[in-house]
Design a protein around this ligand. Structure first.
Ligand code: G16
Ligand code: MG
Length: 222
């Protein structure tokens, strides 16, 4: 194992609640839709535009919006989201993540980020983690979003390492599928049944460690 590829939302920090608050406001104010709570989980790891299209389809109003209107709505959601995350600090890093990063770097493991979020560099900076990562895969550069493997393959390619030398960490089903499709062992953070396609699932980021990642990587590659 030479590289660990991290998802952002749900693994490094919990931005899902802020995404959901922004989508809820957009839906209520501009679409006169009341989004049910299930959307918080359903939109995890899903790109901004794909999330909006899911919401419009759910509200059965997709055909009322052209591409330009969809782009404008997505930009409006991002304005709401940026307000929500304005006060993010290092105290918003999920438990165990800073320790894990320290352990991985002590073992010369490269770190990369494979987030669907175009705000990822800004968020890492707010968390004080931007200088800890060797690469941030740019979601604007990849053709297909999760569950396609593209963003995880990009995370490996940016460090010039083959996927077989990497391990991925994700909290979303689509993300686990993306890691596996990239040919990497997958660690899930969350519900073991929901994330059963992962090679190992921990119920909290506090349970992640270099020793666990290394043993899963060896087991999958043996
Ligand atoms: C995150 C969130 C998604 C969000 C996506 C795009 O994914 O889980 O809900 O829609 O990023 O974010 P943005 O609108 O900031 O570009 P990930 O891959 O970090 O879990
Ligand atoms: Mg996530």
């Amino acid at each position: 194992m030479k590289e660990c590829v991290f998802d952002l939302d749900g693994v490094i920090t919990d931005t899902a609640k802020y995404h959901f608050a922004a989508w809820k406001k957009l839906a209520a104010d501009q679409l006169t839709l009341q989004l049910p709570a299930e959307f918080e989980t359903e939109l995890k790891g899903i790109s901004r535009i794909d999330s909006l299209i899911r919401i419009l389809n759910w509200g059965k109003i997709r055909e009322h919006y052209n591409d330009q209107q969809i782009a404008d709505l997505a930009a409006q959601k991002n304005d709401y989201y940026l307000k929500e995350i304005a006060n993010l600090t290092a105290s918003d890093i999920l438990p165990g993540i800073t320790t894990l990063i320290n352990q991985l770097q002590e073992h010369d493991i490269q770190l990369s980020l494979a987030s669907a979020s175009k705000n990822a560099p800004f968020i890492l900076k707010k968390l004080g983690l931007d200088d800890r990562f060797d690469a941030i895969a740019d979601p604007a550069k990849v053709a297909h979003s999760k569950p396609a493997p593209d963003i995880f393959l990009e995370g490996a390619a940016e460090i010039n390492l083959p996927p077989a030398e990497c391990i991925g960490i994700e909290d979303a089903v689509a993300g686990i599928q993306a890691i596996k499709a990239a040919g990497m062992p997958a660690i899930g953070v969350g519900d073991p049944h929901e994330l059963r396609q992962a090679d190992e699932v921990v119920t909290s980021t506090a349970k992640l460690s270099f020793v666990l990642l290394e043993s899963v990587w060896r087991r999958v590659n043996s």
